[in-house]
Design a binder for this molecule. Structure first.
Ligand SMILES: Nc1ncnc2c1ncn2[C@@H]1O[C@H](COP(=O)(O)OP(=O)(O)OP(=O)(O)O)[C@@H](O)[C@H]1O
Ligand SMILES: [Mg+2]
Length: 414
């Protein structure tokens, strides 16, 4: 039966879960990775969470986010969240489906083990595969006309709600030693917008309103000083955003400088944080360059490409000087944005999950005999996890580090 049904693809992020079936163009459900529970210990009845995760329908409920910074932190809540996803949203019988789940880079093996245990022992799923989000995001970028060879080599910037990762991938293998993380992502940008709204005393400065404003109006500008003066010259750049409050009341919120100030945090983090001060283009690293961007902000990729190019050119010039005038051929920087950016890992999973080989590489509960063996086998299988091993069944490519310094930059944004 499970061989005839489509694989279920689930990308559970810090902020949003993307759920659907392999072979589809987009997830069937996208909703906050949050559960609302009644009672202090968070073990009582579940309640629905609204689309933005900002409100819970029902008095006395507490809201919980089981994933923090990309990693599952509360397994009990996560299991309940998965159960809801499978039985109430997707409405599937897990024993009749193979499942493709995603994980962040450098996910500890115990997390994979716990996930497998829940899916096999609580849900009795027919088969399970856990793929790294960045590798799936690379596959999703194949839909871009700028991508000519469908390779799994490139660097992904995956910037979601809770974490931004810069992840070099060579032939489907994540180069773990070179992954960099930035503690700034979508939720921080929302908080920043909210703080500006509060400072101005806007009539509504809720998180929901801040998130709406961020998603609808924010963009990346080429030069923040010039942009300020453009706003001062041209009042039409200020926008009135109408918010419908509970009870039907409508209020108008002014939207101004935050339109370009908020995403500028990626390029000048000091405007938001005094702890983390490194701009994203520097983290990507000019010499190995390679990475694409987080977001759907207008012109994010363009600005990243420009800033990385400046860094790379400066380094090349410095190395030419050091080598006594030898001329370098230069290094092309290409930042790829594409239509599937928004749900890149999910879409890559959808592509992967519909291939004929997919099921043969899934782990199934029937394979091992005995509980201990199940645990050992799961650990070995999932820990070894060559992400696309069914495509390229071999060990780490010996030239992986070199290939990772290729010239492709993939933007994975959300
Ligand atoms: N058009 C947009 N412009 C800017 N930001 C957006 C836009 N659409 C969504 N976002 C932001 O993207 C974030 C959600 O992205 P995504 O679903 O990829 O994150 P996630 O997978 O839940 O988190 P993570 O990958 O960090 O664990 C939210 O902060 C949301 O506000
Ligand atoms: Mg994500």
């Amino acid at each position: 039966m499970a061989n005839q049904t489509p694989a279920v693809v689930m990308d559970n992020g810090t902020g949003f879960s993307k759920l659907g079936f392999a072979g589809n163009d987009s997830p069937s459900f996208v909703f906050p990775t949050a559960i609302a529970t009644k009672g202090a210990a968070g073990t009582g009845a579940l309640a629905p969470v609204d689309q933005l995760g900002c409100g819970v329908r029902g008095p006395g409920y507490g809201l919980h986010y089981p994933i923090r910074h990309g990693q599952i932190e509360n397994w009990d809540h996560m299991e309940r969240f998965w159960s809801n996803s499978i039985f109430k949203y997707l409405r599937v019988e897990p024993e009749e489906h193979f499942f493709l789940l995603t994980e962040p880079p450098l996910n500890p093996p115990e997390n994979r083990e716990n996930t497998a245990e829940i899916f096999f022992e609580s849900f009795n799923c027919a088969g399970l595969y856990i793929a790294v989000q960045a590798v799936l995001a690379l596959a999703a970028s194949w839909t871009s006309s700028k991508v000519h060879d469908r390779s799994l080599t490139g660097t992904v910037i995956d910037s979601g709600d809770g974490v931004t990762h810069v992840i070099p991938v060579a032939e489907g293998y994540v180069i773990g030693s070179s992954i960099k993380s930035i503690p700034i992502a979508g939720r921080d940008i929302t908080y920043f917008v909210q703080s500006l709204l509060r400072d101005r005393g806007e009539p509504d400065s809720s998180l929901r309103t801040a998130q709406e404003i961020k998603e609808e109006y924010c963009y990346v500008c080429p030069d923040i000083v010039k942009e300020f003066s453009r706003y001062d010259r041209d009042r039409s750049r200020f926008i009135k955003h109408v918010v419908s409050q509970p009870g039907g009341r409508q209020v108008s919120v002014d939207v101004g400088y935050e339109r370009f100030m908020a995403p500028e945090i990626f390029f000048n983090p000091e405007i938001y944080s005094s702890d983390f001060l490194t701009p994203l283009p520097v983290v990507v690293d000019g010499n190995i360059v390679l990475s694409g961007g987080s977001t759907l902000y207008k012109d994010f990729g363009r600005r990243l490409q420009r800033d990385i190019k400046h860094l790379v050119d400066a380094r090349i010039r410095a190395s030419e000087v050091r080598s006594g005038g030898a001329k370098s051929g230069g290094l092309e920087v290409q930042v790829i944005t594409h239509k599937r950016q928004r749900h890149g890992p999910w879409f890559g999973g959808s592509l992967l999950g519909q291939t004929p080989e997919f099921r043969s590489y899934c782990h199934t509960k029937a394979e091992p005999s005995g509980e201990l063996q199940l645990r050992v086998t799961l650990t070995v299988f999932i820990a070894a996890r060559n992400p696309w091993s069914f495509v390229r069944d071999r060990q780490m490519h010996p030239a992986a580090e070199i290939q990772a310094s290729g010239q492709q930059i993939i933007i994975q944004a959300h």
